[in-house]
Structures are given as structure tokens and as C-alpha cells.
Design a protein around this ligand. Sequence first.
Ligand code: HPA
Length: 261
Amino acid sequence: MPEIGIIGGSGVYRMPSVELLREEVVDTPYGAPSDVYKILRISGIEVAFLARHGGGHAIPPHKVNYRANIRGFKSLGVKRLLSLGAVGGINPVISPGTIVVTDQIIDMTTGRASTFYDKDEVYHVDFSEPFCPELRAAFIEAAGAINLPVLQRGTYVCTNGPRFETRAEIRYYSIIGADVVGMTAMPEAALAREAEICYGTLATLTNYAAGIGREKLTTTEVIETINKSSINLNAMLQKTVSLITAQRNCPCKDALKDAKI
Ligand code: HPA
């Protein structure tokens, strides 16, 4: 059973450079995940890969069935989830192509099913550190090992999309402390925590956010930058997978302990 999962974002719908072992169609009580899970062999280890927006990128960020995706990983036995995402740069010191190992999130999404616990049981999981400290450390160690400069922390503001932001919104997000803006880390990260799955993000900066750089934002620019970054992302993922320990010593594995009312 794969204990490591990868969730690919915009521009990352498969990992052609690694061995495909099999495909798993998974159904969940929350409906169908975005796509089949591709079971890959990376650095000798089985890894489950899912394209967040579907194989042909037909699912926009606000329509992704985040609960089904996370529940699907859980039922495959995944304990550590490496997520990829494209982001716009709010902090002007971060240039396009940079990979950010984000450490905080601000959630500005609305109307997304954001918990597994909205019926009989009430849980409040600790989310002070939304990203697994062990996965973050593995990402940073992997970057060092392959000599790839990455930004070791950054605050991710998650907007609802699918439109890009206004200049005023970005100015506001900058004032409240956001460094990068994307549309998918929430509720994905929170659901992973509720599922007691470690969750870490490699956020690739694909463009300067509205008002930070050039006037008009385009999806072409986003996908082009991700494509250019794919060698770095693949190298990062392969190294990270090889560095992840089977034993988990982080709080993620006990997220539900003492969280139930
Ligand atoms: N805003 C929101 N999401 C994004 C952006 C952006 O500028 N770039 C890539 N994903």
C-alpha cells in the first residue's frame, strides 16, 4: 500500500518520468475523487498520485471535491501527502519559478465543504501549524541535497477563484501578511489534518499577483512557468520521497486526539 501521496496542481496531471505500477479507481462516501489514483514507483517507493483538477484539468478550484480526494488517499493507506500548487507572488522579493515551502495559511475561501465532521460528531483539530513539520523539513533537506534554492517559509492566502484577484485584494492580503496567493490549499490542508495525514506544499510561484507585476494575469503564464519548473519539481519530489521516514514523529498522526467535543 502506498504510504506517500502526491497531489498535482495546475500543469501537473501526471508524472511521466516515473514508473506507473497501476491505476486505482476509488469511490468515497463524499463522491468521486478528481481522477483515478496512479500508483507510481518513485525512488523505489510506492506513491499514489492524483491530479487535483482531473487529468484534463476540467475541475476548477472551487469545484474540486477536496473531501473525496483526501478520503481516497486515506483509503489507499496514504499517511504523507505532498501537494503541488501554482501561486501568484504577493511578496515582491519572490520571483517567478521560485518554489516556496509554505508554513502558514490564511483561508479566504467560501462555500467549500471544509470538514469531515459536520454531522453527529464535533471535532476542532489544532491547525496552528497547517503544514506537517516533518514534511517541511524533508522538502528543505531535499532542496539542499539537489542544490535547488527554495524559499523555506511563506504564508499562503487561499482565495476562492476561479477569477484572479483585484489589485486592492492583493494589497489587503499583503497587509495581513500573505506572501503568495493560490486557490487550492484550503480546505485540502485542513481535511488532511482531520484525516491525520501529514500534508506539505511545494508552491511554485508562476506570476506576480495582481498589481505586483504586469497589468494582466493569464493562465498561459501560469502553465508556462509550471512547465518550465517541472524538472525542478520532479527532482524535489523524487528526493523528498527518498528522505521521508516510515516512522511519523509529528503531531499530524494524532490530530483527532483531544479534538472531540
Ligand atoms: N492568484 C491566485 N491563484 C494563482 C495565481 C494568482 O495570481 N497564480 C497561480 N495561481
